[in-house]
Design a protein around this ligand. Structure first.
Ligand code: GDP
Ligand code: GDP
Length: 463
């Protein structure tokens, strides 16, 4: 299945214009290929070297029946289901309209991979919408002008990692080894789990113990037979169920970056490869386990990848391996915590777990930390609770008054999960010191118990 991008959004924002630009020629309005709805146009799109299928949900404004809303919703849902990524388009000159909110909600509900684009972005008139667009809770908007071809480079930059991750996944799907645990009836037919598996990557420097850890988790011989079984491309993943908090099985998929590296024929490339493998694994993952070697923890390479995971908005768990060879466990743990705080302040609150991949000690704790980090990463805090909390925070430590002008904060809401992101309506957002933002972020983390996940805080000018 080729990589599919769906362009969605309300009528007249410029979807067809972008579609035509991506496809490069005008296509017939209706495509009656089986499986493609009559309202969805399909074409072969291209930006630079990326080739993909584009779906356009435009053409709706011609529909005259009064169930336009309902049709639009159904059509969008269908496009989302067919697509690997949705380009959600708004009109930068019109601002964020209620109809846009409806689309944003559909996309959020469907858990879609979304690229938010503010089209008609040429000229200054678009500036305000770019900021406003954050309130849709779909991350950073890119600024496009489909008509004038502006912003296509940026679109490509955003698209590329998603595209590459898709290609990797397609490769990874072939050699999957499904390992079932906790099932005492060996012969029972395998019922495919509906839930999307939680995606985990174990990253770390060579010899940190990544393969040993993965083997320990999934069972030795399964992995050993796995990678040999006709793997031609370089992403390897294994899937299994873990026991969740209530004993409910939670499907997991672990990306084996070490396995990728084992396949590297040229030894000199080893170091370089393991870094780029790690980078790719971070793109795949929801939870990134940064595996450190207790003898050489927090090396440059570890710090780089941990920082990348944070910037990419992944949930992070720090695991210190080879704990079995450490004699001074108490002292060492204290030392590790201090280094962690000093060297990775951006990951404050992330769990630090000690394990021995070799003996298996601590591995169950690591698995629990992973599931918990994932849960927190998906956490949603109600607006009512947030605003009660905000009042308390402001009383306890009022915002600064640069030049005698008190910065006022009136309202706060969570706009996104995975990772949690919040918007605060504030006067003079540009004057807000970083230290005050940190105070709020740290407060959120502690008071709403959100360890192990990046937290994003956006300030929005309340005008
Ligand atoms: P759709 O209904 O979302 O498919 O929107 P269309 O692609 O049909 O575009 C609606 C209108 O917006 C047309 O008149 C386009 O020429 C215009 N349009 C599309 N993209 C841009 C843009 O980047 N800038 C400006 N100024 N107008 C645009
Ligand atoms: P990778 O390069 O990160 O995949 O690391 P490996 O899993 O290949 O492990 C590198 C070396 O560390 C091997 O010799 C392992 O036996 C050893 N090792 C891995 N985990 C542990 C552990 O928990 N304790 C000890 N003592 N050695 C370990």
């Amino acid at each position: 299945m080729s990589f599919t991008l769906a362009i969605v959004g309300r009528p007249n924002v410029g979807k067809s214009t972008l579609f035509n630009r991506l496809v490069g020629k005008k296509l017939a309005l209706v495509d009656d290929q089986p499986g493609v709805t009559r309202d969805l146009r399909e074409g072969e799109g291209r930006i630079a070297d990326l080739r993909f299928t584009v779906l356009d949900s435009a053409g709706l404004e011609e529909a005259t029946d009064d169930s336009l809303q309902g049709r639009m919703r159904r059509l969008t849902e269908r496009a989302v289901e067919m697509a690997d990524v949705c380009l959600f388009m708004i009109d930068a000159r019109a601002g964020v309209l209620p109809a846009d909110m409806v689309f944003a909600e559909i996309l959020r509900k469907k858990n879609a991979n979304v690229i938010l684009a503010a089209n008609k972005g040429e000229g200054k008139a678009a500036d305000a919408t770019i900021l406003e667009a954050y309130s849709l809770g779909l991350g950073e908007p890119i600024r496009l002008s489909a008509e004038h071809g502006e912003g296509m480079g940026e679109l490509m930059d955003v698209l590329r990692p998603i595209y590459e991750a898709h290609e990797e996944r397609a490769a990874a799907d072939a050699p999957d080894i499904d390992v079932e645990v906790g099932d005492d009836d060996e012969d029972a037919p395998r019922v495919p789990t509906k839930a999307k598996p939680l995606q985990i990557a174990v990253v770390g420097r060579p010899n940190a113990g990544k393969s040993t850890l993965i083997n320990q988790i999934i069972g030795e011989e399964r992995l050993l037979t796995g990678p040999e079984a006709g793997i031609t491309r370089d992403a390897i993943s294994v899937q299994q169920d873990w026991a969740g908090p209530d004993g409910v099985p939670v499907p997991m998929r672990i990306f084996d970056t070490a396995g990728m590296r084992r396949k590297a024929k040229v030894q000199e490339k080893l170091e370089k490869l393991s870094v780029s493998d790690g980078l790719r694994a971070v793109k795949f993952a929801e939870v990134v386990v940064v595996l450190l070697d207790v003898e050489i923890p927090f090396e440059q390479q570890d710090l780089r990848i941990a920082d990348l995971a944070e910037r990419e908005g992944r949930a992070v768990v720090i695991a210190v391996n080879k704990w079995d060879i450490e004699d001074e466990k108490q002292t060492k743990l204290k030392e590790l915590r201090e280094s962690f705080e000093r060297l990775l302040p951006q990951l404050r609150g992330a769990p630090l777990v000690t394990v021995s991949a070799k003996t298996g000690k601590g591995v169950d704790k690591l698995q629990q930390a992973i599931m918990r980090a994932h849960e927190v990463w998906n956490r949603r805090v109600s607006t009512a609770n947030l605003n009660r909390w905000l009042v308390g925070m402001l009383e306890q430590h009022p915002p600064p008054a640069p030049g005698g002008k008190r910065i006022k904060m009136r309202y706060m809401t969570q706009v996104k999960t995975r990772p949690p992101a919040f918007v605060v309506m504030t006067s003079h957002p540009d004057m807000m010191p970083e230290s005050y933002k940190r105070y709020l972020v740290n407060g959120l983390r502690v008071d709403f118990d959100m360890p192990g996940t990046p937290i994003r805080l956006f300030l929005r000018d309340q005008g």
